[in-house]
Design a protein around this ligand. Structure first.
Ligand code: ATP
Length: 252
């Protein structure tokens, strides 16, 4: 289980997270949505203990698979070396990763679609490729909790689909608690049980995606008119999607 209880974070006079409560048990996935600068990353960092709480409390296990939004790496490490770092918590202080750790890391790179550049220097990879390697590092921890900060941000449409299929398969296995932030409400519909909408007025709405990821709430969230559409998915079945009313306006 991971979450916050009545958590408050302030930067100077500004309250960015205001008495926020939510919890994600093992077996459930939560998508966090909100406008730029609203406090999504701050809430994740607070949950993980990287950001001091002014009030309230947090719950998190000692090992979490975490993919931060921005990662800078100046060392000439290969992608596989980055992925195997996920094993660090399982190693003693001076123990080097062994064959088994590399096998776990390679399986994780396979799962995220990054196996093809396992041997390449991480700092020469594109932003999207790095994202998939960092996701593999998070999986390689074997933690029952994954926290992903905008995992789709740098990904092309093919890799967004790959990510969503991966998140959805992890969700259906029900072995992990998963928290991810996103700017695309359809990613919440595709891969989350619940959504937390961090509203611009400082309030928050938490609940099942079927109730929260709906045009009326999203209009309040983003200040943009939203519409529900029905689309046939890859297997032909109809899926609900939400789009801003400006989508395709010129083409229409
Ligand atoms: N260490 C800090 N000191 C001062 N202000 C900070 C600090 N960290 C974040 N902030 C501010 O807190 C606000 C929330 O930032 P945060 O990164 O949590 O937003 P976000 O919802 O994740 O945004 P985005 O969608 O743009 O990634 C921003 O205005 C940011 O400038």
């Amino acid at each position: 289980m991971i979450g916050l209880s009545h958590a408050t974070v302030r930067f100077g006079a500004r309250t960015v997270v205001d008495r926020l409560s939510f919890s994600v048990p093992i077996g459930r996935s939560l998508a966090i949505l909100g406008p730029n600068g609203r406090g999504k990353t701050t809430a994740l960092r607070a949950m993980l203990g990287f950001q001091r709480l002014h009030a309230g409390s947090r719950t998190a296990p000692s090992i979490v698979g975490y993919v931060p939004q921005v990662s800078v790496n100046n060392q000439r490490l290969r992608a596989i070396d980055i992925a195997v770092m996920g094993r660090a918590a399982h190693l003693g202080l001076f123990r080097q990763p062994g064959d088994e750790d590399y096998a776990v890391a390679r399986t994780a790179l396979n799962r995220t679609g990054a196996a093809g550049y396992a041997e390449q220097p991480f700092d020469r990879l594109s932003g999207g490729e790095r994202q998939l390697v960092l996701l593999a590092r998070a999986l390689a921890t074997g933690s029952e909790v994954l926290v992903l900060d905008e995992p789709a941000a740098a990904l092309d449409l093919h890799n967004q689909e790959r990510l969503l299929v991966l998140l959805e398969s992890l969700r259906q296995e029900r072995h992990k608690a998963i928290v991810f932030t996103t700017h695309d409400p359809n990613h919440a519909l595709a891969a989350a049980d619940d959504a937390l909408l961090m509203m611009p007025d400082g309030s928050a709405l938490f609940g099942p995606v079927a109730e929260t990821v709906a045009p009326a709430h999203l209009e309040r969230l983003y200040g943009v008119p939203m519409r529900t559409v029905e689309l046939s998915g890859p297997a032909g079945a109809l899926h609900r999607a939400v789009l801003p009313a400006f989508a395709g306006a010129r083409a229409g």
